[in-house]
Design a binder for this molecule. Structure first.
Ligand SMILES: Nc1ncnc2c1ncn2[C@@H]1O[C@H](COP(=O)(O)OP(=O)(O)OP(=O)(O)O)[C@@H](O)[C@H]1O
Ligand SMILES: [Mg+2]
Length: 427
């Protein structure tokens, strides 16, 4: 029955004052109530979205700055171990290894924070998700206790998706680790991949009804389940039920950031109690076209082949530039490091032929990396320019390429990847 407003009734009397009838008026206000509830719900969603936006900005800003600091800490620690490890007392080496381990944990957390703040801005590519999912399962399975059974159900034919493989890796790893934690090391985790059709289910991330064909990644566990009062909070950044040091609460926030970036969706089902557990279903748009076969890893080129080439490094973060210079020197290059793009340009203008390649940051006072690249390429159009940029800088691989930049990386870049790109650019 519909909801009705309080009745207004008036007695109808005869000439003696006896009540003959009651004349009443009631109104069905179900629609109004439903509309009010809907409005309140939308208001709540809006507030939540605004809150997330603000936290996202804050988180992204902090993570970006920390990323640079961490790059220097990890880089110099690695350099010390590589160069002087053999001369250091054993204890000092083990301490430095601890610094590095802690630094790597911090880097993982920062990657999650960045991914939440703006997706991780990774390099999306046409990807066959099957081999990657298999590989991640294999890697994770080897770290799980044998009392935990891991099953995979990957359909024969699954369309390609457009995503950065690193992001897919991060998503799946977090979901499986969450499942592991929920089972307490005993039970079963199932990972599935298939093509599926949604027909108006309401997404738990964007709260909109969703329909159409999707590539579905499922992670199901038979663990503790999630309490109904906890369920609405699980995607919130920094929300965790785990002990201090065990979880940062950024895993699902990162998943949400990446899903948003790809216009993807999620459905979560969970029930508390023995044997029920939780199912995370993530949905990605199928991409048109076939994913290329995975590229063969770049062949390692011997140090001698770098032949003392001269590399101009430009980064206003002095320790990062210095670090890169050291890494290049250690790999047989000759590096000239400038913290100021204008002095770097002047040095180049003085003798354009003396440099073989340039590695530059993007955001620097006075001149951006893109602007610098323009000036340099005007003098030497064949010059390989590589860019290593922070996440919050408004440049990505595509825009960089448009400006003639050969390769683009986000900070912190693995020195191996950068060296490989440099060698390739110098061929
Ligand atoms: N499969 C699951 N079963 C039960 N609870 C879960 C599951 N997945 C997530 N949760 C709940 O959601 C919370 C948030 O998960 P999220 O991955 O965001 O953070 P975390 O795992 O606590 O920390 P982090 O991922 O940063 O290490 C968890 O603390 C847990 O309470
Ligand atoms: Mg987690």
């Amino acid at each position: 029955m519909g909801q009705i407003s309080p009745a207004h009734a008036v007695p109808l009397r005869d000439t003696h004052g006896n009540i003959l009838a009651l004349l009443g008026l009631t109104r069905d206000i179900s629609e109004r109530r439903a509309a009010e509830a809907e409005r309140a719900h939308l208001q709540q969603q809006l507030q939540h979205a605004q809150k997330l936006e603000a936290i996202g900005q804050l988180t992204g800003g902090i993570a970006h700055d920390f990323n640079n600091i961490l790059g220097a800490i990890l880089g110099f620690t690695g350099l010390t171990l590589d160069r002087y490890g053999a001369q250091l007392p054993e204890k000092a080496v083990s301490y430095l290894n601890e610094v590095q381990k802690a630094g790597e944990r911090a880097r993982d957390l920062i990657q999650k924070m960045l991914a939440f703040a703006r997706g991780s801005g990774g390099e999306a590519q046409l990807l066959d998700p099957r081999p990657l999912v298999r590989e991640v399962i294999k890697m994770l399975a080897s770290t799980l206790p044998s009392s935990l059974e891991m099953k995979e159900q990957i359909e024969q034919s699954v369309p390609a998706v457009r995503i950065d493989p690193v992001q897919l890796h991060q998503i799946l790893t977090n979901l499986v680790i969450n499942a592991r934690d929920a089972t307490g090391g005993q039970g079963r985790i199932e990972v599935g991949l298939r093509l599926t059709v949604l027909t108006g289910q309401v997404c738990d991330v964007c709260h909109q009804p969703v329909q159409g064909e999707f590539v579905e990644l499922t992670v199901r566990d038979d663990g503790s389940g999630i309490a109904p009062e906890v369920l609405p909070k699980i995607f919130d950044p920094f929300f965790t039920t785990k002990d201090v040091g065990k979880g940062s609460g950024m895993g699902l926030a990162m998943v949400m950031g990446i899903l948003r970036e790809h216009d993807g969706h999620a459905l979560v089902e969970s029930r508390l109690g023995e044997g029920h557990g939780t199912t995370f279903r993530l949905f990605f748009h199928p991409a048109n076209g076939h994913a290329p076969e995975a590229l063969a890893p770049l062949a390692t080129v011997a140090v001698a082949e770098t032949g003392g080439r001269h590399i101009l490094v430009v980064d206003d973060e002095v320790p990062l530039g210095q670090l890169l210079g050291e890494v290049l020197d250690a790999n047989g290059y000759r590096a000239t490091v400038h913290a100021n793009p204008r002095t770097a340009l002047a040095a180049f203008q003085a003798d354009p032929g003396s440099f073989d390649a340039v590695i530059t940051d993007q955001t620097m006072p006075g001149m951006t990396g893109v602007e610098l690249a323009h000036e340099l390429l005007a003098l030497r159009p064949d010059l390989p320019v590589l860019m290593v940029s922070g996440y919050s800088d408004k440049v990505d691989a595509e825009t960089a390429e448009k400006h003639g930049i050969r390769r683009f990386f986000y900070k912190p870049v693995e020195s191996g990847a950068l060296l490989a790109a440099l060698r390739e650019a110098l061929l």
